[in-house]
Design a protein around this ligand. Structure first.
Ligand code: HEM
Length: 452
């Protein structure tokens, strides 16, 4: 029976008590207040992203500094000083919510432009190349980058057998294991679209485009030892640094630049410009300044404003299109699939994702007016060239950078299986015999067990 006397003594409100028979219970199954309270708790968080799970958000604006009218009809890029609001999410590509910010990883750098023509999402990583050149290989890559399914622990053999099995990942190996792979501040990273898109102007002329972000505060990175030390001291250091800077009134700024390429050039180049394991020579395809992004506003509610952001490389605008890049083509539908699952079928109506008057017809893909014909097949591109750019990148390093790279590789490779070690070392020979030697010697120092 309901005990008025006891209730008046309790410091808690009526809604803080389950409905019971007498004071001690049992609890009634009809207690809808209890049920709703617990259901609300269980279902109030959104599902984590399948990858890029840990992240931080910031808001601000982008303004065009140079008209891009000659190359694209996208409205917000026509006139200098045109300003649009942006939302940005920085992330760790291979992460769970507790992954330390500083450890070797690919950082995601996604920007949403809320323009008068609709939403444009530019998803970037902080390294310019990707592990593979075909989307169909990506699930296997992600599984190599993930902890062991047996015990949920990092497994060097899983990681290094990826570099052994996919020689095309060698260029990424050189970027990833250089000190650029360890950073402590998101205010100091670059962003690269990695995938190649198309810009189309009002006359219908198409150019291939790669996007770049440059941090106005300059690029900074740390070495592996500092990364490990900071991972223990402050695993959230990069997020804290971003939030605190903006909270103190120090806006975080990046410049957008693009590289453009006439699609006809693809026939002349020694590599495939739509291959995500490649960069384009900046001396031949110069970086054209486009605009500036200013992040001056922190989230007030991470769950609603950042976790629910649904970035999608298919959120394009007239004048901004897909290319035939095989990784990008694989990405065209998977993000909205992931987001329907993660945020529910109505995810486009969540305030941060809302585009006025959106309908499927608002989507822009590519190709109208383009004639494409050929035999249907599953095949490697004719000019995979897995090692030239990796060599060029390695040779561009200073002596210290070369030494750190060799040390970073050796400290992980030493724990892989002998066959995997041998195959990776063979790939490194193709990058530079000197690099392979340095890695071999470092591994001997670590364990004395490396086999020739
Ligand atoms: C076929 C290859 C790829 C697949 C299947 C894939 C898939 C995904 C998925 C499922 C998500 C989570 C989406 C969500 O739940 O909101 C995601 C996030 C992301 N992807 Fe990819 N991805 C691929 C390649 C790439 C590449 C090449 C880049 C390089 C720029 C990239 C950059 C990102 C970024 C930055 C995010 C985080 C977005 C955010 O902060 O919400 N992805 N990807």
């Amino acid at each position: 029976m309901y005990n008025n006397h006891n209730q008046s003594q309790s410091p808690l409100s009526n809604a803080s008590h389950s409905q019971t028979v007498g004071v001690r219970g049992p609890v009634l199954v009809q207690d809808t207040v209890l049920h709703e309270t617990l259901e609300d708790f269980v279902f109030s968080t959104t599902l984590p992203r399948r990858i890029h799970t840990k992240g931080y958000g910031a808001f601000g604006y982008f303004y065009t500094t140079h008209s891009m009218k000659q190359y694209t009809k996208a409205g917000f890029l026509q006139t200098p000083n045109k300003q649009v609001p942006v939302a940005v999410r920085f992330s760790l590509a291979s992460s769970n919510k507790g992954t330390p910010d500083t450890l070797r990883n690919v950082r995601g750098f996604s920007t949403r432009f809320y323009t008068e023509e609709g939403i444009f999402d530019l998803l970037c990583n902080h390294l310019p190349v990707f592990f593979v050149r075909d989307a169909i290989r990506v699930p296997d890559i992600i599984s190599h980058l993930s902890p062991s399914p047996v015990n949920n622990l990092p497994d060097p053999e899983r990681l290094w057998s990826m570099f052994a099995e996919y020689p095309e990942s060698t260029n990424m190996l050189i970027w990833f294991f250089s000190d650029l792979g360890t950073v402590k501040s998101l205010r100091h990273i670059k962003g690269y679209s990695v995938s190649t898109y198309v810009w189309r102007n009002a006359q219908g002329v198409r150019n291939y485009v790669k996007y770049h972000w440059f941090p106005m505060a300059g690029v900074q990175y740390i070495d592996q030892q500092e990364a490990q030390r900071l991972a223990c001291e402050d695993p959230d250091i990069a997020g804290r640094d971003l939030y605190d800077s903006i909270a103190k009134g120090n806006a975080v700024e990046y410049e957008m630049r693009v590289q453009l390429m006439n699609p006809e050039d693809a026939k002349l180049l020694p590599f495939d410009p739509l291959d995500d394991t490649k960069v384009w020579d900046e001396a031949v395809y110069p970086l054209l300044p486009v605009g500036r992004m200013v992040l001056n506003c922190n989230p007030e509610n991470y769950a609603d404003q950042v976790d629910k952001l649904a970035f999608n490389p298919a959120n394009l605008l007239p004048g901004l299109e897909f290319s035939d890049d095989k990784v990008l083509q694989g990405r065209t539908f998977i993000y909205s699939d992931a987001q329907r699952h993660r945020l529910g079928p109505d995810y486009r109506n969540i305030p941060v994702n809302k585009q006025l008057n959106w309908s499927p017809a608002s989507m822009v893909s590519s190709g109208n007016g383009r004639y494409v014909a050929g035999e249907i097949m599953r095949a490697e591109i004719p000019n995979p060239d897995d090692f030239t750019q990796a060599s060029q990148r390695y040779e561009s390093f200073s002596a210290t950078e070369k030494k750190n790279l060799a040390n970073n590789i050796a400290s992980g490779l030493v724990d892989a299986q002998p066959n995997t070690q041998r195959t990776v070392l063979r790939h490194l020979e193709r990058v530079s015999p000197a690099l392979a030697d340095m890695v071999r010697n470092q591994m001997l120092l670590y364990s004395g067990t490396v086999r020739k």
